[in-house]
Design a binder for this molecule. Sequence first.
Ligand code: TXA
Ligand code: MG
Length: 353
Amino acid sequence: METETRVLPPTEEALELAAALLRQGELVAFPTETVYGLGANALDPQAVLRIFAAKGRPADNPLIVHIWDKAQLADLCEVSADAEKLMDACWPGPLTILCPKKALVPDEVTAGLPSVGIRMPSHPAARAMLRRCGLPVAAPSANLSTRPSPTTAAHVLEDMNGRIPLILDGGPCEVGLESTVLDMTGDMPVVLRPGAVTPEMIRDIVGSVRVADSVMRPLREGEAAPSPGMKHKHYAPRGHLTILKGKREDVIREIIRRYDASENAVILASTGNVPAYGGRRVMDMGPDLSAAAHNLFSLLRRADGLGIARLYAEAVSDGGVGLAVMNRMARAAGFDIEEAGTEGLPSCPPQTE
Ligand code: TXA
Ligand code: MG
């Protein structure tokens, strides 16, 4: 039977309702500074299984546990000295830290893995909800599996209408991309998913960091995924997306050459480049990397809404939060990333002896 889905601003009463639903083992979608989450009581396996059902999420993809107070960690995981430094420097904020889990965390949350991802979000509505319910809350992004993560309550409603009882509407998410996922269970911190907390920031806090190579390339056949999320299709618009990289003029020229309005196409361009595309259909990614992060998922959903079949995006630089933007774009494109300015060059005549 369908559930009626209410969308409410995070007033005292709505937060009380959210807390009550979570305590009863129900699902609540809530805003965070990164993307909207689909929350359930992390200590209740039945509640956690409802998340997987509502999203259509593969059961082998573990969930992040959200807390509002470090005192909650004692029941959940072991915290190394370096992990604690990162928590003190980056929490509340968009950093998920993988730590060895304790027995109280159900296997349904971690998909049977020995580590658990923990995050303390900074969004005031998320904090208020977590404090009121008094529970650690397991929450993936509140989208149907494979769709772009939701950055507004309207996006959540698009995917979850009739599937969950409540969406707390806290307005558009500031960051727009999911948290950085950092594995702190080994000898060296490893970024499994880049986000607004950058490798540079992590290195400044704990002295060293490595970025998993699978962040910017597809997994090879038979290769084990360091994070199960890497092997699943993600963030994809319904149309086919190609990313063009290279010198600015080459990228613009190549996109114009390929763009065919009869295909129902759109171009994702940075603000400064928009005029260069003339009357073609362009979506503005914004003037800088933070704007691109903020806008990306929302634009992919808008393209879906317009029935766009073909998307061309300008690559962005992969410094700072640009690594996170390129990681999500690359996955949305199924890693169709091409160099502009090399195709069509005269090739060398074959050498003859
Ligand atoms: O910003 C965010 O992190 C949002 C908000 C709601 O907090 N949540 C989010 O959750 O993006 P989700 O489930 O969409 O992505 C979690 C990612 C997945 O790629 C998952 O595989 C990985 O984190 N992950 C979680 N726990 C893990 C673990 N123990 N080991 C390896 N990877 C883990
Ligand atoms: Mg997700």
